[in-house]
Ligand binder design. Structure first.
Ligand SMILES: Cc1ncc(COP(=O)(O)O)c(C=O)c1O
Length: 400
C-alpha cells in the first residue's frame, strides 16, 4: 500500500496560534464537571460560580428536566429536518404561541440560538442602499448580522443619544430603509440602554427599532418579560430578540413582533431556513421555562435574582472595587490592565471563586476586568464567601 503523502496546507496555523498566545488571546475554557449551579465543580475544584448565565437556575429545574425527558419519549431525540421543510413540529408552534402571549406580541419565531436570531433577522431586514445605526458595544452576533446584510453600518458611541441624533440628522436622508439596533443589557458592562430615548429617535427619523434582550430575557420587566416591558415601551419596538439559552435555561433565540415581521422572517432568515430545527427536548424545556416565568414562582425567582445582584454590587462597592456603570446582575470588577485582570481571576479561582477575566480586545485595553454574574440560586453564604475572596485578593493585588 502506498504511503499517503502528508500535505499540510494548514501548517501556517501553528504560527497563527503562537501569535495569539504571545498576545494573550488564547481561550483555554475551564471544564465544568457536573451541573451548572451556583456552587459547581470546574477543573477539579469546587467553586462559587460567578460565570454562568443561568440567572434563575432553570438549567437544573425539575420541571425543565421532566419536560425534556417526556418530549424525548414522545417525539424522539431530533427534529430531523430544517423548519421550512419537515422540521416544524407541533411543539415548536406551541412554544412560539406561548412566547407571543408571554411577551404581549402578535407572533414570535424561534431560532436555534440567539446568535442565529440576530444574524438572520438583521440580514433579512436591510441590505444594500440601507443603513444600520449600531451601538458601539453591540454583541458580536449583531455585528456579524450587520456585516452580512451589506447595509452601511453607522456606529454611535455607547449610550450617547445626542451623538446618535446628530448622526441621524447628518445621514438618514441618504438611505432608503434604516435599522436602529442595540443590546438592551450590555454583556460586558451590565448597564442598560436608554430605550425610551432611542424609541423617540426611531420615531423621529423613521428607523426600524430592534432590541437584543439576550441578558434581559428572564431578568428585566415583570417576571422577566424583557426590556420593552421594563420601560413600558409596548408597541414602540419593532423587533425584539430574546434568548432561551441564558435565564430560560435551555437553548435558542427568538424574535418577537408583528405577524408580518414573523411571516417575512420565515421566508428570508437564512439560519432559520437552512439549519435543522431545535430537538424536541430543548423546545419542551424552553416551554417549561416560559411556564415557570409566567407563574408566581417566576416572579419570586426574578425578585431573588435582583436582591442578590443588589447585595453583591453594593458590597463590592463598599469594599472599594470599581463596578463601572453596572445596573444589572452582570457586575464587572474593572481593574485596568489585562495582566491584573488575569491575576485577579487566577487568584480568585485558587480561593474558590470562578469569575472570568474579560480583556482586550473584548474590552478597551485599560478597562480589563473580571465579570461577575450572580444568580437567584446563590445563597447569602455563597455571596459572602465570594466577597471575602475578592477582599483578600483585591488587597493582595493593591486594588482596594
Ligand atoms: C448580547 C447577546 N446577544 C446575543 C447572544 C447570543 O445568544 P445565544 O447564546 O443564545 O446564541 C449573546 C450570548 O452570548 C449575547 O450576550
Amino acid at each position: 500500500m502506498a504511503t499517503p503523502i502528508r500535505l499540510d496546507r494548514l501548517g501556517f496555523l501553528d504560527q497563527e496560534l503562537k501569535n495569539l498566545e504571545e498576545q494573550g488571546f488564547v481561550w483555554r475554557p475551564r471544564i465544568l464537571e457536573g451541573e451548572q449551579r451556583a456552587r459547581a465543580r470546574f477543573d477539579g475544584r469546587e467553586v462559587v460560580n460567578l460565570s454562568s448565565n443561568n440567572y434563575l437556575g432553570l438549567t437544573n429545574h425539575p420541571k425543565l428536566r421532566e419536560a425534556a425527558k417526556r418530549a424525548i419519549d414522545r417525539y424522539g431525540a431530533g427534529a430531523g429536518a430544517v423548519r421550512p421543510i419537515a422540521g416544524t413540529m407541533t411543539l415548536h408552534k406551541e412554544l412560539e404561541a406561548k412566547l407571543a402571549r408571554f411577551k404581549g406580541v402578535e407572533a414570535t419565531l424561534v431560532f436555534q440560538s440567539g446568535f442565529a436570531a440576530n444574524l438572520g433577522t438583521i440580514q433579512a431586514l436591510v441590505g444594500k442602499g440601507d443603513a444600520i445605526y449600531s451601538e458601539e458595544l453591540n454583541h458580536g452576533s449583531i455585528i456579524d448580522g450587520c456585516r452580512l446584510s451589506g447595509a452601511e453600518i453607522l456606529k454611535w458611541p455607547h449610550r450617547n443619544v445626542e451623538a446618535l441624533r446628530q448622526l441621524c440628522q447628518e445621514s438618514r436622508h441618504k438611505y432608503r430603509r434604516a435599522l436602529l439596533v442595540t443590546d438592551a443589557v450590555f454583556s460586558m458592562d451590565g448597564d442598560i440602554a436608554p430605550l425610551k430615548e432611542l424609541a423617540d429617535i426611531a420615531d423621529e427619523f423613521e428607523l426600524i427599532f430592534m432590541v437584543d434582550d439576550a441578558h434581559a430575557s428572564g431578568v428585566l420587566g415583570r417576571a422577566g418579560r424583557g426590556s420593552v416591558d421594563h420601560f413600558g415601551l409596548h408597541g414602540r419596538v419593532d423587533v425584539q430578540m430574546g434568548t432561551l439559552s441564558k435565564a430560560l435555561g435551555a437553548m435558542g433565540g427568538y424574535i418577537a413582533g408583528s405577524k408580518h415581521l414573523i411571516e417575512f422572517l420565515i421566508q428570508k432568515a437564512r439560519p432559520w431556513l437552512l439549519s435543522t430545527a431545535h430537538p424536541p427536548a430543548v423546545v419542551a424545556a424552553a416551554m417549561a421555562a416560559v411556564e415557570i416565568l409566567d407563574s408566581p414562582e417566576g416572579e419570586e425567582l426574578v425578585q431573588r435574582l435582583w436582591e442578590n445582584a443588589r447585595y453583591f454590587k453594593h458590597e463590592l462597592n463598599r469594599l472599594g472595587f470599581n463596578t463601572g456603570a453596572s445596573e444589572t446582575p452582570i457586575t464587572p470588577v474593572i481593574v485596568g490592565s489585562s495582566h491584573t485582570a488575569r491575576q485577579l481571576a487566577k487568584r480568585l479561582f485558587e480561593e474558590g471563586v470562578f469569575a472570568q477575566e474579560i480583556v482586550f480586545p473584548m474590552v478597551a485595553r485599560d478597562k480589563a476586568r473580571v465579570r461577575t454574574i450572580v444568580t437567584a440560586m446563590h445563597t447569602k453564604e455563597d455571596l459572602d464567601f465570594a466577597l471575602s475572596a475578592f477582599q483578600k485578593v483585591g488587597k493582595e493585588l493593591g486594588l482596594v
